[in-house]
Design a protein around this ligand. Structure first.
Ligand SMILES: [Zn+2]
Length: 151
C-alpha cells in the first residue's frame, strides 16, 4: 500500500484542494457531488479515483445520496476504462480508517483496471467458522439493522 498519508482537516486535505482547483489534477468526470481524476500513482494505466466533492472522511460520513452518487460515478468511469483501455479485469477499492488501509482521509473509491500479472496482492485469510457462528454474527447485525430474521 502507498506510504503517503494525508490526515489534514476539512477544506485543507489534498482532495479538497484538488476540488477547489488549488492543485493540478487530470480530471475525467465531474458532477454536482463527485469528481473523478487520475491517481498520480497509476498502478495500472487508466487508474481513476472517484471522490465526493464535500469533505467527508470515510464511508460513514457520507449521506446515503452521496454514497449512491459515488457508486454511480464509479460505474460510469468503469465503463469508460473498459472501453478505453480494455483491461481483462477491474477492481473497486474503498478504504476506511488506518486499519482499512486508508491513506487520504477524504472519501474516495479506486477504480482500478486489472491485469493478470499486475503485481497487486490482496491477502484473503478465510476463517471458515462453523454455521452457529455465522448465525450469531447475522443475529447481531439484524438487531443493529432492525431487521427480522428470515422465516
Ligand atoms: Zn477533503
Amino acid at each position: 500500500m502507498p506510504m503517503f498519508v494525508d490526515t489534514s482537516p476539512p477544506g485543507q486535505c489534498i482532495f479538497c484542494r484538488l476540488v477547489a482547483g488549488e492543485i493540478p489534477a487530470s480530471t475525467v468526470y465531474e458532477d454536482d457531488q463527485t469528481i473523478a481524476f487520475l491517481d498520480i500513482g497509476q498502478v495500472n494505466p487508466g487508474h481513476v479515483l472517484v471522490a465526493i466533492k464535500r469533505h467527508a472522511a470515510t464511508l460513514f460520513d457520507l449521506t446515503p445520496d452521496e454514497a449512491a452518487a459515488a457508486m454511480r460515478t464509479a460505474q460510469r468511469v468503469a465503463h469508460a476504462i473498459r472501453d478505453t483501455f480494455d483491461p481483462p479485469g477491474l477492481s473497486l477499492f474503498q478504504a476506511n480508517g488506518v486499519e482499512g488501509n486508508q491513506t487520504v482521509f477524504h472519501f474516495h473509491i479506486h477504480v482500478l483496471p486489472r491485469h493478470g500479472d499486475d503485481g497487486i496482492e490482496l491477502s484473503w485469510p478465510r476463517k471458515d467458522p462453523p454455521r452457529a457462528t455465522l448465525e450469531d454474527y447475522a443475529a447481531r447485525l439484524r438487531t443493529t439493522l432492525g431487521t427480522a430474521p428470515a422465516a
